[in-house]
Design a protein around this ligand. Structure first.
Ligand code: ADP
Length: 459
């Protein structure tokens, strides 16, 4: 079997630094298995941009190769089309999207440039696997350069209903470019069916069943492959010395009180202001929790140069002050809001001492925090996951307490249910979810995509 070539916006790290996300770990495992190449942006902006020298580094059987971008590339491709256009539209937030045809031009240009740099590194029997919304048109660029290798794509974020996507100028052109892949993978059945529906209704595609669509004489696989975590490894993190030390500190502070935990990047898709209001509603509607239950929100800033992100940060500071001012007592603070990150092992320990995991995005591709929270629990006395129905994770975790994040009343009721849930019910729900997490883990995810892409015969 040939090598695996992975293309993603950011590359690496190859080693588990304790901070690397679950995705990086899953990809490294897949790359190590066959040997391979990981190609993407260096994270640097330079004058030569993608015309400059390629940075390469090799660890055992895996080669990493990275190129720069110019400031103009960065502005149009990354800050522009990827983060100001695609991110909001694909998260159903047309109100926040910026449409500018120069963004799309710059996006296609960078896809072309990166494909040009990758092409000489490709060997005949390589399988190429491209990731996420930065590279929707990458396959079209490669095919135009006569690259004939199997090409798989995975979208880590949601794919909206055609009624929403139609608002994106030239949506049809973008989706047509996506059809240059042999396989297009999505987080949920809903996302995959939204994509197929667009292809059928807008581009004259024909449904061939089992996730296959025929367009212009070619068959493309468009299916759901829910991304998993390394559940086994994550479930052991709370036992590490690093985690235990911090768990002891936290337990001392809590002094037997219960904690609700939220962990998210600051992003408008995560429903953070709505979540803070729902916690306030819990204290209003179920006053027995005052002095007994607190919420901790860990939220490192992301893409903080965008106005929308600065606004959320400010709203969260205000809400924290408001709720704490209203309900705090001498020995109890309702909300602790921290804008920092923690090593993954420490995070796992924080999950474990928290009775409730509160994951309430307004829209999320999967949400790995939901899976990590469950994986980190103690089998004898597990906490309860309260999960938004709009997180991709909800499709494969119906045993969580599923809530509508737009309704403070409903989230508060879900929290109350979680806080008061009897041990046996907590155990039953947790066991089913944990077993599924172990079965549908990160390794299974990449394996099934790699198996499927090889079933497509290119003509
Ligand atoms: P997204 O990819 O949109 O940020 P996910 O929930 O799918 O959302 O993935 C977030 C990842 O980032 C998880 O693996 C989570 O553990 C990690 N993470 C989020 N916040 C922090 C934090 N404060 N410290 C460390 N890791 C974090």
């Amino acid at each position: 079997m040939g090598r695996l070539v992975v293309v993603s916006n950011r590359v690496g790290p190859l080693k588990d630094t304790g901070r690397a996300g679950g995705l990086a770990v899953a990809l490294v495992d897949a790359l190590m298995e066959t040997g391979g190449l990981w190609f993407g942006w260096s994270g640097n902006v330079s004058e030569e941009g993608s015309f400059g020298q390629m940075k390469t580094q090799k660890t055992r059987s895996v080669q990493m190769a990275q190129v720069d971008m110019t400031q103009a590339d960065y502005d149009a491709f990354y800050a522009g089309y990827a983060n100001r256009t695609l991110w909001p539209v694909l998260h159903y937030r047309l109100d926040l999207a910026d449409f500018d045809h120069r963004f799309e031009q710059g996006y296609r240009y960078v896809n072309d440039r990166f494909a040009t740099r990758l092409k000489p590194l490709i060997q005949d029997d390589d399988v190429i696997w491209v990731h996420d919304y930065h590279f929707l048109t990458f396959a079209a660029s490669l095919r135009a350069m006569d690259v004939n290798n199997p090409l798989a794509f995975f979208l880590h974020i949601p794919f909206p209903a055609p009624e929403i996507l139609a608002a994106l100028p030239n949506a049809a052109g973008i989706v047509r470019a996506m059809l240059s892949y042999d396989l297009v993978g999505f987080q949920t059945e809903r996302d995959a069916s939204n994509f197929r529906r667009f292809v059928i209704e807008e581009l004259g595609g024909v449904d061939e069943g089992d996730g296959h669509v025929r367009v212009n004489g070619r068959v493309v696989i468009a299916k759901a492959y829910a991304i998993g975590i390394d559940a086994d490894a994550f479930s052991k993190f709370p036992m590490t010395p690093e985690a235990r030390k911090n768990m002891t500190r936290l337990e001392k502070l809590l002094g037997g009180r219960q904690q609700i935990i939220g962990v998210d990047r600051i992003d408008y898709s995560k429903g953070l202001p709505e979540r803070f209001k729902a916690f306030e509603r819990l204290l209003e509607d179920y006053p027995e929790n005052r002095g007994r239950v607190s919420m901790m929100q860990v939220a490192p800033p992301s893409r903080s140069e965008l106005d929308a992100y600065i606004d959320i940060r400010r709203a969260l500071d205000e809400l924290t002050g408001h709720v704490n001012g209203r309900f705090s007592d001498l020995d109890w603070t309702p909300i602790r809001f921290m804008t920092r990150s923690f090593p993954r092992r420490v995070l796992a320990g924080i999950y474990r001492v928290s009775r409730v995991g509160l994951v309430t995005p307004l829209r999320d591709g999967m949400n790995l925090v939901a899976k990590e929270y469950v994986a980190a629990q103690r089998a004898e006395d597990p906490g309860v996951l309260v999960l938004s129905r709009f997180a991709g994770a909800a499709e494969r975790m119906p045993e969580a307490v599923i809530v509508n994040p737009h309704s403070a009343e409903e989230v508060a009721a879900g929290l109350q249910r979680a806080i008061t849930m009897p041990l046996e019910e907590r155990r039953n729900r947790w066991q089913i979810m944990f077993d599924r997490l172990c079965q549908e883990d990160a390794a299974a995810w990449s394996r099934s995509i790699m198996e499927d892409v090889k079933t497509i015969r290119r003509n």
